[in-house]
Ligand binder design. Structure first.
Ligand SMILES: NC(=O)c1ccc[n+]([C@@H]2O[C@H](COP(=O)([O-])OP(=O)(O)OC[C@H]3O[C@@H](n4cnc5c(N)ncnc54)[C@H](O)[C@@H]3O)[C@@H](O)[C@H]2O)c1
Ligand SMILES: [Fe+2]
Length: 392
């Protein structure tokens, strides 16, 4: 098979040499290598991860964590739906059992907007919280990161930290309060990343804030929470894991990107594929290939759902440092331009295209387009996903 793969790679490279050389379609390794020689490209990468704790029922420890942190006033962030479900109850029971003083913000918008972020920021700014707990999917965890960021940096304008060119993309210098994330989807991996995404209504696009400073202090991954997910939430959040793994594995390598930052503080969270992210991306892909269909088809398949919960964190560790590319890039206008699409199983009163769905929609076209760039990686991923390569 290895010999066969080499032949396919060789053929794809031959095809590539004969193909379009316009600026939009002709990015290739040889161009990038020239940049390396010129000394202007990146030469290093940095792994930044949250602490992670995994185990069935481990949510019961969150009250002790807050006690260990010396927390006196905790902001618990969730959405209206989760607030009625066992994951929030498990967190609140633990906080109460450990005598932790807390207030709940449950007004998170599913697929947050700039307005909903600002609402959570206002809530946090008016109180003096010394720690945060997010209980929910990516929408909740991202909102909690942002409330923490702007409450810790009260003089900042909202656009200061938003990614350029929409915002100013300023580096975060403020020290944030510890945030513990309890993810309930499988999932965005947001418990491991320094990223928060929102819908910028004025421009009808999604964008975000990316900084290692907003990364949770601890992710408590309790597979019990995934058993409550409706079928479509499981499917869409699982597609997100799939694309995180595939995109980070096929992203431009870190040492072929430019410019190289003059100060490590300016090295972006998304640095391009790198040897450590690769390990997590491939591992996540193997789990998704084996368990995603099972987890969707049968909500009682606890093994499959628990494995997907871990895969979500693994993919997060990969893409949180490598970044994603076209599927995610193109998902932002898809979800930003939504008019009246109602997503099945999403218990909300507004139109939305679920993030994982908006991402996976373009994936066949994206990977057809990117395959000539690094055919070995695309073939490897296809094989992991069950494609049998017949090479003669
Ligand atoms: N920060 C990151 O690294 C990152 C990465 C990818 C996506 N995102 C963002 O995360 C958001 C999507 O998050 P998501 O896919 O996790 O879903 P979500 O948080 O938007 O939740 C989707 C729906 O599922 C419900 N839900 C969540 N967990 C449940 C459970 N265990 N049982 C029953 N219902 C449950 C929610 O109440 C909601 O109605 C998007 O805004 C996306 O852009 C962030
Ligand atoms: Fe995503």
């Amino acid at each position: 098979m290895a010999g066969g793969r080499e032949r396919v790679t060789h053929m794809l490279k031959q095809l590539y040499r004969a193909s379009c050389m316009c600026p939009a379609h002709s990015h290739n390794y040889s161009q990038s290598i020239e940049k390396v020689v010129s000394g202007k490209t990146e030469y290093a990468f940095e792994m930044s991860l949250s602490n992670i704790r995994y185990g069935k029922g481990v949510t019961k420890e969150v009250g002790m964590d807050l006690q260990n942190l010396g927390a006196r006033s905790v902001c618990v962030v969730t959405d209206k739906n989760i607030s009625q479900l066992p994951p929030l109850k498990a967190v609140l029971d633990s906080l109460t059992a450990n005598g932790i003083n807390f207030q709940i913000y449950d007004n998170v918008r599913v697929e947050p907007s700039d307005q909903s972020f600002k609402d959570a920021i206002e809530f946090a700014k008016k109180r003096e919280f010394d720690s945060y707990v997010a209980v929910g999917g990516g929408s909740v965890i991202d909102t909690c990161k942002i409330a923490n960021l702007y409450a810790s940096s009260p003089e900042s304008d909202f656009l200061d930290y938003v990614n350029a060119p929409i915002g100013k993309g300023k580096p975060v210098k403020a020290t944030l309060k510890p945030l513990i994330a309890v993810p309930t989807t499988a999932g965005t991996g947001s418990e491991t990343t320094g990223v928060a995404i929102f819908d910028y209504k004025e421009l009808k696009v999604k964008t975000g804030i990316a900084s290692r400073a907003i990364k949770p202090f601890l992710g408590i991954i309790d597979p019990l929470h995934t058993f409550h997910m409706p079928e479509r939430v499981m499917a869409n959040s699982g597609f997100d894991v799939l694309c995180h793994a595939l995109e980070s594995y096929t992203a431009l390598p870190y040492n072929q990107r430019s410019p190289c930052p003059s100060n490590p503080m300016n090295r972006p969270a998304y640095q391009g594929s790198n040897p450590i992210s690769d390990v997590w991306a491939i591992h996540a892909l193997r789990i998704v290939s084996k368990y995603l269909k099972r987890a969707i088809k049968n909500p009682d398949d606890q093994e499959a759902r628990a494995k997907m919960h871990l895969a979500s964190a693994f993919a997060g560790m990969g893409f949180g440092n490598a970044g994603v590319h076209l599927c995610h890039g193109m998902s932002y206008p898809i979800s930003g331009l939504v008019k009246n699409y109602k997503a099945k199983d999403y218990n909300v009163d507004h139109s939305l295209v679920p993030h994982g769905l908006s991402v996976v929609l373009t994936s066949p076209a994206v990977f057809t387009f990117t395959a000539p760039m690094c055919p070995e990686r695309h073939l490897e991923a296809a094989q992991i996903m069950g494609m049998i390569l017949l090479i003669t």
